[in-house]
Unconditional design. Structure first.
Length: 169
């Protein structure tokens, strides 16, 4: 954002597509930080190809079916060889010649599920062209408004744990 580096805190691999060379992806559960170049090592594709990758192999967590017969390794090979999802479909005749088991089956499955693959890509791709009507200063973390939080907690029937956490912040 405006040349600022950011840290994306999530375990959701979909969000890696937002990582630029200046950014960090932090999996707080595993307590591991990934830079741009680490994303490919961890997930098998560069951040810009994550939506293509998920469209090919699917994502059960987000109910994205993927292309039958295409798992993680096959999706990695296809994108390594053809670069993008459109590149894969532009070169379907070359897929059976690739060196992996079931390449001919995968080519046929891709032919049959082309429309679903591109729909999956649209579903997994994060829209980055939305206007953000906030200045960078507006996004700075501030002190919690304890009286507003207390009123909200009371209205929702929340207990002391959240109140205590807000006070610690």
């Amino acid at each position: 954002m405006n040349g600022e580096s950011v840290t994306i805190v999530s375990r959701d691999k979909d969000l890696t597509q937002l990582v630029s060379r200046a950014d960090t992806y932090f999996d707080a559960i595993a307590d591991v930080r990934y830079g741009y170049d680490d994303i490919e090592e961890r997930f098998g594709v560069i951040p810009e190809r994550m939506a293509d990758f998920l469209a090919l192999m699917g994502d059960a967590v987000d109910n994205i079916p993927g292309v039958p017969g295409v798992g993680r390794k096959t999706a990695q090979k296809l994108l390594k060889h053809f670069d993008t999802l459109p590149g894969v479909f532009d070169n379907l005749d070359a897929v059976p010649k690739l060196k992996f088991r079931g390449a001919a089956f995968v080519a046929e499955s891709l032919r049959e599920h082309r429309e679903a693959a591109f729909l999956s890509q649209r579903l997994t791709q994060i829209a980055c062209d939305m206007p953000l009507e906030a200045a960078l200063d507006d996004l700075e973390r501030g002190r919690p408004d304890l009286s507003t939080l207390d009123a909200f907690y009371d209205a929702q029937g929340f207990g002391r744990m959240l109140r205590d956490q807000a006070r610690r912040l």
